[in-house]
Design a protein around this ligand. Structure first.
Ligand code: NAD
Ligand code: TYD
Length: 351
């Protein structure tokens, strides 16, 4: 079969990428989806089992920093478009070791940009870069991040993502590469690695382990259902204007403490535990170095220009998420065996 597009999704074995790959493979049978992933600790082929036999789906294990491998993929699969999600994505890990973040998030992105620039002629292509609201820095009590907000990244993670955003824009301005960027708030949903707040707390509540709240728990994040992020990426891919950035978010701000308290109550009910049982596991630990206070996104541009809206209320999404983790304890067990234990001890033992 000849496909109408050959779309390279990078990082498609991770949390957001696997949701996006599923959406694209199922919704666009005339596109061939080439999912390229290095399978780091965060990448898991189990997230993609249902796609393995789809005729329009190919998985390639490779590192986005590997020039030869990426060049071969562009040639072999006649890549027409890129949706780039591969990244080191966890702020705490970036504080422990920033260099891996520079390599994948900056060098890897520039390598992909080079390959796209060298392979593409004409206008019928899109290089879409999936980025974070953390590039804008940290908000006080008021205000929202807009597309025009000045970049002010403060963690090694957000600095590496800001740098990659700048390179993507530079390839547009300098070489005319057809790019699009999206900057999204915190995602939650199924298949998220339990190093991030929500799955870590779900796992610890299940195991009756301490629930480590950084600082006082008053930092604020804006949470979006992962499938709504995937639908935003798809919407921008098809309808977004070239050279533009779009903010993606849910106007759904929670302090970390309120969110964990809500999760405790929800899970006590689901697990038939007595009221207040899980709350007692809350433990205040040393704050994250340079901890950003508040993120909040203004997604008006995406909503008005492209008619995108989140589909789920947070309470519904959180319940679906908890139900998924409760139904997939083998998934949690698999990803938390081995190196996760070393990671957890290193991060939390003396905190
Ligand atoms: P994740 O950590 O779950 O997955 C990242 C994936 O990238 C993994 O499958 C990993 O194996 C792969 N990868 C890492 N290094 C690679 C390399 N050198 N070559 C090829 N593959 C590599 O991350 P996620 O939460 O799914 O985030 C995906 C993207 O979305 C990232 O770019 C992240 O910055 C961005 N983002 C995430 C959030 C969020 O809340 N999680 C919010 C906004 C934007
Ligand atoms: P995280 O999920 O790491 O996302 P990000 O830092 O990219 O926003 O963290 C979300 C919030 O939860 C952040 O304010 C840090 C806090 N947090 C804790 O209080 N305890 C934890 O164990 C973790 C992982 C995060």
């Amino acid at each position: 079969m000849s496909y109408t597009k050959n779309v390279l999704i990078t990082g498609g074995a991770g949390f957001i990428g696997s949701h996006l790959a599923r959406l694209m493979v199922n919704k666009y049978p005339t596109y061939r989806i080439i999912n390229l992933d290095k399978l780091t600790y965060a990448g898991n082929l189990k997230n993609l089992e249902d796609l393995e036999n789809a005729p329009n789906y190919v998985f390639v294990k490779a590192d986005i920093c590997d020039q030869k491998a990426i060049s071969e993929v562009f040639t072999q699969y006649e890549i027409s478009d890129v949706i780039h999600l591969a990244a080191e994505s966890h702020v705490d890990r970036s504080i422990e070791g920033p260099m891996e973040f520079v390599m994948t998030n900056v060098v890897g992105t520039v390598n992909l940009l080079q390959q796209a620039k060298d392979n593409w002629k004409g206008d019928d292509h899109v290089f879409q870069h999936v980025s974070t609201d953390e590039v804008y820095g940290s908000l006080g009590a008021e205000g929202l991040f807009e597309e025009v907000t000045a970049y002010d990244p403060r963690s090694p993670y957000s600095s590496s993502k800001a740098s990659s955003d700048h390179f993507v824009r530079a390839f547009h301005h300098t070489y005319g590469l057809p790019i699009k960027i999206s900057n999204c708030s915190n995602n939650y949903g199924s298949h998220q690695f339990p190093e991030k707040l929500i799955p870590l707390m779900i796992n610890n509540i299940l195991q009756k382990k301490p629930l480590p709240i950084y600082g006082k728990g008053d930092n604020i994040r804006d949470w979006l259902w992962v499938e709504d992020h995937a639908s935003a990426i798809e919407t921008i891919f098809h309808g977004g204007r070239l050279g533009e950035s779009y903010n993606v978010g849910g106007l759904n701000e929670w302090t970390n403490l309120d969110l964990v308290l809500y999760l405790c109550r929800l899970m006590d009910k689901k697990l038939n535990r007595s009221e207040g049982e899980s709350e007692e596991l809350i433990t205040y630990v040393t704050d994250r170095a340079g901890h950003d206070m508040r993120y909040a996104i203004d997604a008006t541009k995406l909503e008005t220009e492209l008619n995108w809206k989140p589909s789920l209320k947070f309470e519904e999404g959180l319940e679906k998420t908890v139900d998924w983790y409760l139904a997939n304890e083998d998934w949690i067990q698999e990803v938390t065996s081995g190196s996760y234990r070393d990671y957890y001890e290193k991060m939390y033992q003396d905190r």
